[in-house]
Design a protein around this ligand. Structure first.
Ligand code: NDP
Length: 793
């Protein structure tokens, strides 16, 4: 007779299907297909309809309209018309709507879960336990922000009409991440779901009608990439929020360059999952299940690169194989399934092609011994061994249920491998040693780090990427700021002229020095450097007289400066107190040369009150020195038994391009916040009044600023700005110049997707502390890293 143990081991799962009768009935009453939701009304589905396929059965479950330019026009017009009233509502009134949405989602949880499963192929276990509860949580959380927005964000207002484009991997959840903060802040919305998964957005629109959301506040235009492009590019859209592939993120960045639209991008990832030898290996194996086999691996932050310390790697891979053998893949409506279907047959072919390429490059593909259903877009879960960092599968986002693996010996090696990717979305660190785990969390370049956990989300925890994983955050206070604006940086008048032409002919006017010739140089890596091209240009001052010459930097000088800045990365690790001290010392040394700077400012002929500008510069040093140890992160209330920290980290090297007005104050106002937050700076001084920079670097030299932390260039503004914008090692760029230049740098920045803060050619009153300094500068100088640390057993 078999023992109970034998029976337990041989017991098979019986089928446990979730009923889809209610959803089928709902679909049958919409058999003509689904149209758009514009101005509170549903349009009929006409024109060329796109089939909506259940990838698990390959059945066409509906058809969806493809939004035309006219549909997008109508949706934007409706959103614009609804904006004044919606944004003027007291926060409490908006909170009531968001609360009603949350409640209605909860009441219809089962319906939404089944519909999402049928549309996307993901398991009911996940839609029921993860997607839909998180959707409700997101609306609750943002009902709270709607209530509090006026108190918590004084001086802020909503941005306007938000164009939101979402992907197919978490259709309703991504909608919630976009719509909830937008509405809470008082914006109106035009949203496009992915054409592969349009159904829950349509059902959501029906829910909005039920709760009586005013017409035009949320508009949903169905369609494909063309429709998305029409939304992003529409002149009536004030902010674009996009989640999807890095390639499309780049297209959108270029498309809306120079438009002044606010932009947040949540893009791809190739996130490391790091297992140290002191990790609880069984827990880490369970972590892998949630990291790469969750949602069929179609997760932007999937732990898709397993980095395992050498000593435990063989044991870990064996355990992983054993665990993988127990995975169940099949009908996603069956409650006992671990994995359902990937989103489409096309996505399945894409995954298979990548896996084949991996094998051809020599990696070994270990697949789970599972029998897949005969029909449907099912993919066998697995992981590669013998893969190398340069293999395509180690670099490219597979977006399927297969991880790559690499081993490492030391912590330094783990960090190097983890950061050996153009992405920086998330990371997962497994160790029982809290010191080592936190060290890794600090050193990995990623927007979210989970310690002894993975793929955890909460509406209060900011989510978003570093590097080519995009910029902007979703969730929490930081996420709200994406949908609010103070508008101060767009208030100034457009500068009357663009930069004066560069004159490299020998100066003929009277120089500002009597005896010894003065050569203004560049300042690179803590040294005064002659320009690489061996050229200078004439600087004109009061009354148009030539007052000296400045170095004419070229691309090579920019590259040298960036290299020097990158070498100075220790600056990011010094204490905030140390940074403050350096800034105070800078003020002290500047003060000692007050008369000289005031005279030099007067000689430019461009500064009305040189004394005042100088005084403001001194104050600015003090203000940022004061902020260095006060612009803090926070601990956020998310799940129980978790400390969720948000930390403000420096970007690395920031390029700053100063305008011609306020040649000393503007330059310092751009350099100081960046340096305060631990960044290094490559600064381009005013093209017209560059001699101030030469005096300034002499002060830097005496102020204990480590070599390479601040580098100063002079020359043709837009030539240098373009090189900075295109440079892969420049992590962010602030540009003050012309309208054309703003557009140019935004286009050029699309390469490594660095965030650009351009002034659209608008004058800024640098002396006014509302415009010339503030928390916005510090926010722009830092990126939020969210670290999840569980505790307890
Ligand atoms: P896309 O980036 O193409 O799609 C995301 C969304 O953008 C969809 O709604 C899509 O419309 C829309 N879109 C496509 N082109 C444009 C455009 N030019 N302007 C505006 N909107 C546009 O991702 P894919 O669906 O093609 O997936 C390809 C790969 O991208 C995946 O295999 C995966 O690697 C990655 N990806 C990453 C995601 C993430 O969360 N980071 C999410 C999805 C994909 P439509 O789909 O209707 O054509």
């Amino acid at each position: 007779m078999p023992s109970i143990k034998d029976i337990m081991q041989t017991m098979e799962y019986g089928p446990a299907p979730e009923s889809n009768a209610e959803v089928k009935a709902w679909l049958s009453t919409r058999s003509a297909g689904i149209g758009h939701f514009i101005d509170g009304k549903f349009t009929s589905a006409d024109g060329d309809l796109i089939d909506v396929v259940n990838p698990a059965t390959e059945d066409v479950i509906s058809r969806v309209a493809k939004g035309s330019a006219a549909d997008v026009d109508a949706a934007v017009a409706a959103a614009r018309a609804a904006f004044p009233k919606w944004s003027a509502l007291p926060g409490h009134e908006r909170a009531k709507y968001l609360y009603a949405i949350a409640r209605h989602i909860q009441k219809r949880e089962r319906f939404f879960s089944v519909l999402e499963t049928m549309d996307n192929g993901k398991t009911i276990r996940e839609t029921r336990d993860i997607d839909i509860p998180l959707v409700a949580r997101h609306f609750y959380h943002h009902a709270g922000w709607a209530e509090l927005v006026a108190d918590e964000f004084p001086q802020h207002k909503p941005v306007g009409v938000c164009g939101q484009i979402i992907p197919w991997n978490f259709p309703l959840l991504m909608l919630a991440w976009k719509v909830a903060p937008a509405l809470a802040a008082g914006n109106t919305v035009v949203l496009k779901p992915a054409d592969l998964t349009p159904m829950t957005a349509h059902a959501f629109a029906e829910l909005l009608v039920e709760i009586g959301l005013p017409a035009g506040v949320v508009n949903i235009v169905q369609g494909d990439g063309e429709t998305g492009a029409a939304i992003a590019g529409h002149p009536g859209v004030d902010k674009v929020a996009f989640t999807g592939s890095t390639d499309v993120g780049r297209i959108i960045r270029r498309q809306i360059a120079g438009s002044g639209k606010k932009l947040s991008l949540e893009l791809g990832g190739k996130s490391p999952f790091i297992v140290l030898e002191d990790a609880d290996l069984d827990a880490a194996v369970e972590g892998v299940v949630d990291a790469i086999w969750f949602n069929q691996g179609e997760v932007c932050c999937a732990g898709s690169r397993l980095l395992v310390q050498e000593g435990v790697a063989p044991r870990f891979f064996e355990k992983l194989k054993a665990r993988m053998a127990t995975l169940r893949v099949g009908d996603p409506l069956d409650k006992t399934m671990d994995m359902g279907a990937v989103v489409s047959m096309k996505q399945l072919s894409r995954i298979k092609a990548l896996l084949k390429a991996g094998e051809q490059e020599g990696a070994t593909l270990n697949l789970a011994p599972v029998a897949l259903p005969e029909k449907g877009a099912f993919c066998t879960p697995g992981f590669f061994t013998n893969s190398h960092p340069a293999n395509s599968v180690s670099q490219v986002e597979i977006f399927g249920p297969v991880a790559t693996t690499l081993t490492f010996r030391t912590l330094d090696e783990a960090v190097a491998l983890a950061n050996d990717t153009r992405y920086g979305l998330a990371a997962s660190v497994w160790s029982e040693n809290v010191n080592r785990a936190i060290e890794l969390a600090a050193r990995v370049k990623a927007g979210v780090v989970w310690i002894n956990a993975t793929n955890m989300f909460d509406a209060a925890a900011p989510f978003g990427g570093y590097r080519e994983s995009g910029y902007g955050r979703e969730g929490g206070r930081t996420g709200m700021l994406e949908y609010l604006t103070t508008g101060w940086d767009k208030q100034g008048k457009v500068r009357a002229t663009s930069a004066a032409p560069i004159d490299v002919a020998p100066a003929t006017g009277k120089a500002d020095h009597a005896a010894i010739d003065v050569t203004a140089k560049l300042y690179i890596g803590g040294k005064q450097a002659r320009p690489d091209g061996g050229q200078s240009y004439t600087v004109f001052g009061k009354g148009g007289a030539a007052i000296g010459e400045a170095g004419l930097a070229n691309r090579k000088d920019v590259r040298n400066a960036v290299e020097a800045a990158n070498k100075a990365n220790a600056w990011g690790g010094v204490t905030a107190h140390n940074r403050a001290q350096v800034l105070y010392f800078l003020a002290e040394n500047l003060e000692q040369r007050r008369d000289e700077f005031v005279a030099a400012l007067a000689a430019t002929g461009a500064v009305a009150k040189p004394e005042d500008e100088f005084e403001a510069a001194i104050r600015r040093c003090f203000w940022y020195a004061a902020q260095a140890d006060k612009f803090d992160g926070s601990v956020t209330a998310t799940k129980s038994q978790h400390v969720t920290m948000t930390v403000n980290e420096p970007y690395g090297t920031i390029g700053v391009v100063a305008p011609d007005e306020a040649p000393l104050l503007a330059l310092l106002s751009l350099i100081l916040p960046a340096v305060t937050m631990g960044n290094r700076v490559v600064a381009v001084a005013s093209q017209a009044h560059p001699l101030i920079a030469a005096r300034l670097y002499q002060v830097f030299e005496t102020s204990d600023i480590p070599a390479g932390v601040v580098n100063l260039l002079t020359g043709e503004r837009d030539v240098l700005a373009k090189t900075l914008a295109e440079h892969d090692d420049v992590a962010a760029l602030w540009y003050c110049g012309s309208e054309d230049g703003s557009r140019m740098v935004e286009v050029a920045s699309a390469g490594n997707l660095k965030p650009v803060w351009s002034d659209l050619g608008r004058l800024r009153d640098w002396r006014d502390t509302r415009f010339g300094q503030g928390q916005e500068y510090l926010r722009r100088a830092s990126q939020v890293k969210t670290i999840w640390l569980p505790y307890g057993e």
